[in-house]
Design a protein. Structure first.
Length: 214
């Protein structure tokens, strides 16, 4: 069966975003520091259609983000647009007309909405009947490939607490945000113990990969 894999950037004090997140500031106050290691990389620049860039130990990690991935699940906050009904002119995401996914993306929401087809093969589907339904639809769409869980923290917590995650890749950035959205809150006591399988040190970040015992 296709596996569900989480990839997130996190601060030393456990936050995936700073306080006061908004459509204008999706990473919250200070949260853009979590991305500073990523933007100069050749692998990231190639995703954006740009040339050049740095080559570090992080490049293979970034190149692997979409390797053997056939679909993505993400939370409403990661897609953006604010809470509540979508409105007459609904938000189309943070990524412009050609998002980097190039496969189906299933957005967790409490408010139904028609699918949103973008350039480059990305179509957003809005799932209002729970995390299990979103994962089932994503696995079907992935056609045997893995499913990426893009975040944010609330979506990750729900899948962790439900025992549905197979792998977690954390990119640990040496900053303290001091507040915001924590990744490992609200998990309960029955989450599977993670088994560390990879550590990659790179400039400005340490990548930690864990398997979750079944």
């Amino acid at each position: 069966m296709a596996e569900l894999k989480l990839n997130m950037m996190i601060s030393l004090d456990g936050y995936t975003a700073g306080p006061e997140q908004s459509a204008e500031n999706p990473f919250g106050l200070g949260g853009m520091q979590l991305n500073e290691w990523l933007f100069p990389l050749r692998a990231f620049r190639e995703m954006q259609g740009m040339e050049g860039g740095e080559v570090t130990a992080s490049n293979p990690i970034v190149e692997g983000w979409f390797e053997n991935v056939g679909a993505t699940v993400m939370g409403r906050n990661m897609f953006g647009g604010g809470p509540g009904p979508w409105g007459a002119e609904p938000w189309n995401g943070f990524w412009g007309d050609n998002p980097p996914y190039h496969h189906p993306v299933f957005v967790l929401t409490h408010h139904a909405r028609d699918p949103l087809e973008m350039e480059g093969g990305t179509t957003f589907y809005f799932v209002a009947d729970g995390i299990e339904s979103a994962l089932e639809q994503a696995r079907e769409a992935a056609e045997g490939k893995d499913v990426s869980l893009g975040g944010g923290a609330s979506a990750a917590q729900q899948y962790l607490a439900a025992g549905l995650l197979d792998e977690v890749l954390l990119s640990l950035v040496p900053v303290f945000l001091g507040g915001g959205t924590r990744l490992f809150d609200n998990l309960g006591t029955n989450v599977a113990r993670p088994q560390q399988v990879e550590v990659v040190e790179a400039p400005g970040v340490t990548h930690l990969r864990y398997r979750l015992a079944s």
